[in-house]
Ligand binder design. Structure first.
Ligand code: 5GP
Ligand code: MG
Length: 188
């Protein structure tokens, strides 16, 4: 862990699960996988990051992607406030940008039950996307339902509640540079 991460709110993180260096290296690999699929396609590519959790992931990923693309941010809320119990996903802000006739790549921080991606995939299809694929940084095991395909996965992790690199607890810790686990007692 770097020096500046030892103090302040970052001290709430008990351990680093995946370091920013490991994430950076994996993103280079993911970018190659994604570029392989979309390179040379006539219709345009639109990345649809699911805010706010995907904010850091998408910012790093797009700078490694040698593809012409547009961004259409969408905002979905699943874990409102200080809860770790998922609620049915609610689209808070519709994607800004046209998805019709575009190849849409949904970008999200983590695949847990799959309900968020299912909701966003349906929305992209309703809006006339030419194709819909998904990229997630993290995937929890044994939960991803078969009707929610995810073509690009950064890391498979254990079934833990993680924060950092965009992922929050009660809207905090998104700025922790690594993916980590909070100290016991900080979550209900
Ligand atoms: P799903 O809809 O697949 O159950 O959950 C996906 C969404 O729930 C993610 O986009 C993320 O916002 C939130 N989520 C799921 N698991 C975690 C976790 O371990 N930590 C945090 N911070 N958010 C999570
Ligand atoms: Mg999310």
């Amino acid at each position: 862990m770097c020096d500046e991460c030892r103090d302040g709110p970052h001290a709430d993180v008990e351990r680093v699960l995946i370091s920013s260096e490991q994430i950076d290296a994996r993103l280079c690999g993911m970018a190659l996988e994604i570029a392989d699929v979309y390179a040379g396609q006539d219709a345009g590519l639109t990345l649809a990051p699911v805010m706010s959790g995907a904010i850091v992931f998408v910012a790093d990923l797009i700078r490694k992607l040698p593809l012409k693309m547009k961004l259409a941010m969408t905002h979905v809320s699943t874990y409102p406030g200080a809860t770790t119990q998922a609620h049915p996903p609610r689209v808070v802000v519709e994607p800004v940008g046209d998805l019709a006739g575009r190849h849409v790549l949904i970008v999200d921080d983590i695949l847990d039950s799959g309900s968020t991606l299912r909701r966003v995939r349906a929305m992209a299809q309703e809006r006339g996307a030419l194709s819909v694929r998904s990229a997630v940084l993290l995937r929890k095991p044994g939960k991803a339902p078969p009707d929610v395909p995810v073509e690009f996965v950064g890391f498979d992790i254990d079934d833990l509640f993680v924060v950092g690199y965009g992922l929050d607890y009660d809207d905090h810790y998104r700025n922790f540079p690594h993916v980590g686990v909070l100290r016991a007692g900080l979550m209900p």
